[in-house]
Design a protein around this ligand. Structure first.
Ligand SMILES: [Zn+2]
Length: 518
């Protein structure tokens, strides 16, 4: 909290050295509305205190979700727990939404403006790992686990939601706060359905959050667009030796689709990505397979480019079916627009980041981070101690369906420091720290920055106008359209078989801890 007392945002009196220059520009507003400026500063202070006082509750939410360890679309226990916790805080909770039974959607307050906090909560298949163990030690062999820290993101969102609600209540701030914790981010399933269902149409601005090894925000394009689909070919079985001429080989179609896409690669933009896995490749060599299946992800730097690539892929699939006399069925599976960070919101977030600062790591935490880095063959740099400066253009070729939200409402991004540098997501080693103090302290810092930034958006018409103006500029050339084909439905059975198999053994690790925020 280095200089928060004196700080910040567009509406209050600046005194912190780092922000004095920038916020001096807002002095005219401050002098015009001194009483309100004081109120906003007090509301922010109260929210930060509320996060600090509930640090243990935030840690509890994160830990409970970690041990549920539910992968996409199977977040039944996680969603129930988050809903109950948000209800206890006073939020109004909607069950499901957009045909997503495990969607968490909770609001507090009424009327405009509506400011959203959005994040996700799903685990990953085969990620089970014992917290704090530097060597590979699954809790349950082969079971899913949190090897990215989404458990901490859900916890930070709830903690921030609680703090903002408390500040709004205390200072009679008008508006609505929305907490959206969506399922199946790892398969890029849910946000296109939520956005298509109009869930974000009345939202004036959103803050989206993710764990990182740093405390940072940014603007411009952050991730890639993606479209995924399963292509299933149906043919006719025959004996491979006796009468192959009677067969129609569905796996030949799969192979031809793969070759066709390889021939296409030279003619795609250099920014494209296309990767696949063959999910059904026949039964045995002397049976001409009547079924073959290939699962594709295609990506590009923009939504329309990803769509162009995908349409070409579908044509190739149809060509493969024609060549083999088979039929093709396409089942959409995941879609995402690139994350578009709003510059005006990012500037406000950055001020909060600099005011709040990084957690104070203990010698023990720094030592553990180095030991973990050493064991993973990474440079022993410990933990980040300074927030990153504001920057644009950090687009990476990974995707997150939270991007869809950012094309329908001005969106700020907050990465909070719960990850040990050099430890990569989707690897079991990323499951070591999400219930340790490194993870907890990062989430508390994240909750503070989220709460302060949401209060900026709630209380400053000027900031919302600037964010809207930036949004209109950013989306002038490229308007959002759904990357979901007509009639697409969420795959409710996704990961069901995995959870049926592992849940009984995972249950013994569930924590029966309530998080009681006050
Ligand atoms: Zn993630």
């Amino acid at each position: 909290m280095r200089c928060f007392m004196e700080l910040t945002g567009r509406d209050f009196k600046p005194a912190c050295a780092m922000t004095r220059l920038l916020t001096a520009l807002a002095m005219s507003v401050v002098t015009a509305l001194p009483a309100f400026a004081d109120t906003v500063a007090d509301a922010k202070r109260l929210a930060l205190e509320a996060v600090e006082q509930n640090a243990e509750q935030i840690a509890t939410v994160g830990d409970v979700i970690f041990y549920f360890a539910e992968p996409g679309m199977q977040e039944h226990e996680s969603a129930k727990y988050l809903r109950e916790t948000l209800e206890q805080i006073g939020f109004e909770v909607k069950p499901g939404g957009a045909e997503l039974p495990t969607n968490v959607w909770a609001t507090w307050g009424s009327g405009k403006p509506v400011i959203a906090i959005a994040t996700e909560m799903d685990a990953l298949p085969a990620g089970s790992q014992t917290a704090g163990s530097i060597s590979r030690k699954p809790l349950v062999d082969g079971a899913p686990g949190h090897m990215e820290g989404h458990n901490l993101m859900a916890a930070a969102a709830v903690g921030a939601g609680h703090a903002v609600k408390k500040a709004m209540q205390q200072f009679n701030l008008p508006g609505t706060i929305l907490v959206s914790i969506a399922p199946a981010e790892e398969q890029l399933i849910s946000r296109p359905f939520l956005v298509r269902g109009g869930y974000f149409k009345d939202v004036d601005a959103a803050i989206v959050t993710h764990v990182e090894d740093s405390l940072s925000t940014g603007y411009g394009l952050g991730t890639y667009a993606l479209i995924g689909a399963n292509f299933t070919f149906h043919g006719r079985t025959a004996h491979g030796g006796i009468n192959p001429w009677d067969g129609k080989d569905a796996v030949d179609a799969v192979v031809l689709m793969d070759i066709g896409m390889d021939k296409m690669r030279e003619h795609l933009r250099p920014t494209y990505r296309a990767h696949r896995t063959i999910t059904h490749g026949g039964v045995q060599p002397n049976i001409i397979p009547d079924m073959g299946q290939i699962w594709w992800f295609v990506r590009d730097a923009t939504g329309p480019w990803a769509k162009e690539n995908f349409d070409k892929l579908v044509d190739i699939g149809n060509g493969a079916a024609l060549m083999t006399g088979t039929t093709m069925q396409m089942e959409p599976f995941g879609a995402a627009w690139p994350l578009l960070g709003n510059k005006a919101v990012a500037e406000a977030v950055q001020k909060n980041i600099e005011a709040i600062g990084m957690p104070n790591w203990t010698g023990e935490e720094l030592g553990f981070a180095k030991a973990l880095q050493k064991s993973m063959g990474q440079r022993e740099v410990g933990l980040q101690t300074q927030p990153l400066p504001l920057a644009s253009g950090r687009q990476i070729a990974a995707s997150n369906d939270i991007g869809d939200i950012s094309w329908v409402t001005p969106t700020g991004t907050i990465n909070f420091p719960s990850v040990v540098p050099g430890i990569r997501p989707h690897h079991w080693s990323a499951g070591i720290t999400p219930t340790m103090s490194i993870g907890h302290k990062g989430a508390v810092t994240g909750a503070k920055v989220i709460a302060a930034s949401v209060l900026d958006l709630l209380t400053s018409q000027e900031l919302r106008d600037a964010a809207r103006e930036q949004f209109d500029k950013d989306t002038r050339e490229s308007k959002y359209f759904s990357l979901l084909p007509d009639g697409a439905k969420p795959p409710l059975d996704l990961n069901r078989e995995i959870m049926d198999r592992f849940r009984p053994a995972m249950r013994q690790f569930y924590l029966s801890k309530k998080a009681t925020f006050d």
